[in-house]
Design a protein around this ligand. Sequence first.
Ligand SMILES: C[C@H](N)C(=O)N[C@@H](Cc1c[nH]cn1)C(=O)O
Ligand SMILES: [Zn+2]
Ligand SMILES: [Zn+2]
Length: 473
Amino acid sequence: MTGYDECASLIEKKKIPFIERLRHAVEIKSVSNDPAARKEVCRMIDWTQKELEKLGTKCEQIKNGKQKLQNGEEIDLPPVLFGTLGNDKSKKTLLVYGHLDVQPADKSDGWNTDPFKLIEIDGKLYGRGSTDDKGPVMAWINAIEVMQELKMDIPINIKFVLEGMEESGSEGLDEILMKHKDSFLSDVDFTCISDNYWLGKTKPCITYGLRGICYYCVEVKVCKQDLHSGVFGGTVHDGMSDLCWILSQLTEVDGTIKINGLKEMVAPVTDEERALYEKIDFDINEYKNDIKVEKLTTEDKVKVLMNRWRFPSLSVHGVEGAFSGPGAKTVIPCKVKGKFSIRIVEGMEPEAVDKCVTDHLNNLWSQRKSPNHFSVHPLQGSLAWVADYNHPHYQAGAAAIRKVYGVEPDYTREGCSIPVTLTFQELTQKNVMLLPIGACDDMAHSQNEKINVSNYIEGTKVLAAYLMELGKL
Ligand SMILES: C[C@H](N)C(=O)N[C@@H](Cc1c[nH]cn1)C(=O)O
Ligand SMILES: [Zn+2]
Ligand SMILES: [Zn+2]
């Protein structure tokens, strides 16, 4: 009978067409935060639908609502792609979630190659979305294609939810899923998401927790239009200085958040949890060397992991409206918008976090005594997620990893956010597992994002092996 070994060897043989599939995906500039790229997000969804239909998946694009842009204009959100492969009542049903949108990227950000071309160098496939999340979505398609080519019975019905707004807070997705709770989602037995990364470079892991995110925009408005700083400097109150002062009041130098009320919300760490973190194989020096940082906020392994996964963190992302080009432009920006986010953890509710943040910022502003106009806008809010990793579903994931890599996986959390994860858990009332295939140095969201050819190909094997393992549950 055809089994895992035949499947693995066909995956090896199909390495080139699988890389070509990822190449096609990366070339579609499906950047979700750019309204001008919305058509490309829709094109990525259409193309993926065709790939799924080739496998016999019945697909439907679910219309999403409108996105209100900051200038007041409204544009269509991209549709959400639902797919159903198999409808055998004697089989269980797996829900696979992934996203087809990517973070913005430009060669001028410091990429060595064109971010929207897949370039192979020394066994690494560089390109925006190669690891987040086009590579893993393509790996699901590859795995199913191989099982079908070998005429293997896929022992599970598969449903897909693929979206195009994850990198922008999954706008509209929760509402769509809630509407389909008693229809499309009603028979789901497990959800699996491959959209994060290993803790290291060589050892695979399974992930059972994510932080949530609350994202803010702080606006300081000075006047109608930018002003010559030589002509007007010294007469108007500088908006960028106001904004920089405000943003500098949010954290201590070691990252401790200075916003009242947040620390109190964090669920206490149990002894059992601490013991789990102590056992995790994690090399701080390698971590520092990978990102070329000399000193971390703490050098203690457990504290580093807890700061990444288990405690909130605040990051300032950028300023809209300010001069950022090369050279020396002498202008006073008329309006600047600072962007920052807080990764939130168990116990923290976005609405309560928004209140603390808004109160803190308004209080700071009243201390500043600037006559400029100040406003705070919460842009996104999603909860943290934790799952039961003792569930048999996780054992199926672990068995698949043992088959491919011959090792027991690490059980990890992840500091980043996939807003819909908790929604799946709550709507289906079934177990959700994250099964990453990429390595810790893939540099998602950053310059030179990549996935190793070996991770992409072995990852395809893991997903195929996992589908086989699910048949045993
Ligand atoms: C983990 C996932 N691959 C990811 O990168 N998620 C984003 C989600 C997000 C939410 N708002 C903006 N992006 C992240 O954690 O930043
Ligand atoms: Zn992602
Ligand atoms: Zn991402």
